[in-house]
Design a protein around this ligand. Structure first.
Ligand SMILES: *[C@@H]1O[C@H](CO)[C@@H](O)[C@H](O)[C@H]1NC(C)=O
Ligand SMILES: *[C@@H]1O[C@H](CO)[C@@H](O)[C@H](O)[C@H]1NC(C)=O
Ligand SMILES: *[C@@H]1O[C@H](CO)[C@@H](O)[C@H](O)[C@H]1NC(C)=O
Ligand SMILES: *[C@@H]1O[C@H](CO)[C@@H](O)[C@H](O)[C@H]1NC(C)=O
Ligand SMILES: *[C@@H]1O[C@H](CO)[C@@H](O)[C@H](O)[C@H]1NC(C)=O
Length: 369
């Protein structure tokens, strides 16, 4: 994806969202709004339910064609996997409906939450700028939703819904995919975390209190990274350790920032899931978790099927598709399969302190705001 680095394109304004259609919402349900759980989702392709279908971007940042979605969605939704994502499973475990994409909230109920995530998005505005909805813009859209909530349900009920809701984030990987080596690694991470903090504070100001995070996965071990290593002349198919180092630096800064916010902002609570650990464990021992391989993607081209060509709609038109997707951890060069996401989501939901702390999401949802 580094191909796009440096391009800056002024993009289509997406502000003309017809919020008026909320008027068709069933007002009898409003009384239950205050008791309701809600899930607001932010970030990148790990959580994107199809927001990028609605923006002016390229197929590099979209996945709304077969075989994406093949295990669950027909037609394909735009999710970067064969099926449901972690955020979908969390909604399911919390007994919520699938959380609608921001651009589809007219068609769906939205008092259960909204998903703003955008494939390719990072914490920095520079990461794939012009092709994705960056985190700051996601915050802007969230503020519009809050405004509308207040208009429809009143200040008091909205406040209760917002403070009781869970705000879930997957963000950062794309910033390190676009790592700007003129910065020392730690300083770059500080900038990434600083921009994430800005967005968290923005949500807090709107009344959000419960924040849930995944740390960064070992993206140096994705089939795309192994393929890159192969193309650089390293035929072993090893992980790219420099990438995993960036993830580790970020992952050690993230809990420090969260603890700091907890002290700084009254009522701020968080849950942090160690995705790096859970994914590494499966990549190192695939058969222990029901997989046949962790090195090769189910869908793609070239070494480890690590060329990002699944479905043949991007630059490279040829691709191979595996027979049994359940044997694979990775669906394409950089994204996991539904089964792998489900395993992660279950640990995020009811895992123990060694993978999710200080709360798992099951207890987090039930925590009084
Ligand atoms: C969409 O983006 C492309 C470049 O990716 C640009 O050429 C085109 O003008 C844009 N369209 C609109 C409607 O902004
Ligand atoms: C990297 O960051 C420097 C300093 O902000 C900036 O001048 C430069 O344009 C950036 N390089 C790229 C490739 O974005
Ligand atoms: C946010 O990122 C920008 C670069 O996109 C950087 O210049 C700025 O300092 C960062 N803000 C914080 C609070 O770290
Ligand atoms: C291949 O990559 C691994 C891990 O990055 C490294 O230890 C090894 O020395 C590399 N081999 C070659 C021939 O570059
Ligand atoms: C964790 O949650 C999943 C999904 O609800 C369930 O299948 C599993 O049995 C639960 N495990 C434990 C230990 O509660």
């Amino acid at each position: 994806m580094a191909f796009f680095h440096g391009f800056i394109i002024v993009w289509l304004s997406l502000t003309a969202i017809p919020f008026g259609c909320l008027g068709s919402y069933d007002y009898e349900k409003i009384s239950s709004v205050q008791k309701q759980k809600a899930l607001f989702v932010f970030g990148d392709s790990l959580f994107d339910p199809g927001n990028n279908n609605y923006i002016n971007t390229t197929t590099q940042f979209q996945a709304n064609w077969w075989p994406y979605g093949e295990s669950f969605f027909n037609p394909p939704s735009g999710r970067f996997s064969d099926g449901r994502l972690i955020s979908d499973f969390i909604a399911e475990f919390a007994e919520l409906p699938l959380i609608p994409s921001y651009f589809a909230i007219c068609k769906d109920q939205f008092v259960h939450g909204v998903n703003f995530a955008s494939g390719g998005a990072g914490c920095l505005a520079e990461s794939y700028r012009g092709f994705v909805i960056d985190l700051k813009t996601q915050l802007k859209y969230f503020k519009k939703v809050v405004k509308d909530l207040k208009k429809k349900f009143g200040e008091k009920k909205s406040k209760r819904l917002l403070s009781n809701a869970v705000y879930m984030f997957s963000a950062g990987t794309n910033d390190y995919n676009n790592f700007n080596a003129t910065y020392p690694k730690e300083e770059y991470a500080k900038m990434v975390i600083g921009n994430l903090t800005y967005v968290l504070k923005g949500i807090y100001q709107e009344g959000g209190r419960k924040f849930a995070f995944l740390n960064l996965g070992p993206f140096g071990c994705a089939p795309g990274s192994r393929a890159l290593n192969f193309q650089r002349g390293n035929k072993s198919g090893n992980c790219i350790e420099e990438m995993n180092t960036l993830a580790k630096i970020h992952n050690s800064a993230l809990p420090k920032m969260l603890k700091h916010l907890e002290q700084q902002l009254p009522g701020f609570k968080y849950s942090l899931f160690d995705f790096f650990k859970v994914a590494t464990e499966r990549i190192d021992n695939p058969s222990k978790y029901g997989f046949k391989t962790s090195k090769i993607a189910c869908c793609g081209t070239g070494p480890f099927r690590g060329i990002y060509s699944c479905g043949g709609k991007r630059q490279v038109k040829e691709y191979e598709l595996c027979k049994n997707v359940k044997d694979y951890i990775f669906f394409d060069s950089g994204h996991l399969t539904e089964v792998a996401y489900q395993q992660a989501a279950e640990l995020m939901w009811n895992g123990t302190m060694d993978v999710t702390e200080p709360y798992n999401l099951n207890s987090f949802f039930n925590l009084p705001a």
